[in-house]
Design a protein around this ligand. Structure first.
Ligand SMILES: CC(C)(COP(=O)(O)OP(=O)(O)OC[C@H]1O[C@@H](n2cnc3c(N)ncnc32)[C@H](O)[C@@H]1OP(=O)(O)O)[C@@H](O)C(=O)NCCC(=O)NCCS
Length: 196
């Protein structure tokens, strides 16, 4: 059984389908990480088949441990089949702790179409529902100050700017902390979700 989330279509973009990463996504993962921009913003870039295998194993373990939930984001295409266009992760989930963290990337060819924000919104809503009874009320999003695209995704997705974080290894520049609160989500319509 695997969880499936959906981000509704917009006037300009098709529906997005989110599901856990699978081992057979390895080649798409490697292709996405050939992009220098993605490598720049990743703490553990994936450059070899072995690294891709470890990345996918870590993802699988996160789901098994119920602590880290990485979703592959797919754009359905009737002609060529589903295209894997992005990754969104919910991490640092601990029962009883009110906050967890999110992260994301969009593959270079799919950028500039609002994919990251729409997928992040779907995961954020799911997270607040899924972990409501274990006390999750805040999602944090951290980015470096020289990543304005990520800052924009945060603002568009209801992650309000909270504070500047001073540079500290391994981050050479200051960062921003953005926060989205569960209270906001209680007022909005829950998107489709199903289990297969
Ligand atoms: C950040 C990232 C996830 C955005 O994904 P995306 O699916 O292209 O997101 P969007 O289509 O919403 O585009 C990003 C937004 O930032 C804006 N933006 C892009 N570059 C920008 C720049 N240099 N300065 C200011 N705004 C910028 C875009 O105009 C867009 O905003 P808009 O919808 O108001 O026009 C993507 O660029 C990426 O994967 N980067 C590498 C990995 C990364 O940085 N991950 C986040 C680490 S914290």
């Amino acid at each position: 059984m695997s969880i499936i989330l959906r981000a509704p279509a917009t006037a300009a973009a098709p529906e997005l389908i989110l599901r856990p990463w699978r081992d057979d996504d390895r080649d798409v993962l490697l292709a996405a990480y050939r992009d220098p921009v993605l490598r720049r913003w990743s703490r553990s870039p994936v450059t070899t088949v072995a690294e891709a295998g470890r990345w996918l194993a870590r993802v699988r373990q996160g789901w098994a441990d119920d602590t880290r939930f990485s979703f592959a984001v797919l754009e359905p295409d009737a002609e060529v089949g589903d295209r894997l266009v992005a990754n969104v992760v919910l991490k640092e989930v601990t029962p009883g702790r009110p906050d967890a963290e999110v992260g994301y990337w969009t593959a270079a060819p799919a950028r500039g179409r609002g994919v990251a924000g729409r997928a992040l919104d779907a995961v954020s809503r799911w997270a607040f529902r899924r972990f409501a009874d274990t006390g999750l009320t805040r999602l944090e999003l951290l980015h470096q100050v020289d990543n304005p695209a990520s800052c924009r995704v945060a603002e568009k997705t209801g992650f309000r700017f909270q504070e500047v974080l001073p540079a500290r290894p391994p981050f050479p520049r200051d960062g921003h902390r953005h926060v989205r609160s569960a209270r906001v989500d209680h007022a909005v319509v829950v998107p489709d979700e199903r289990r297969e």
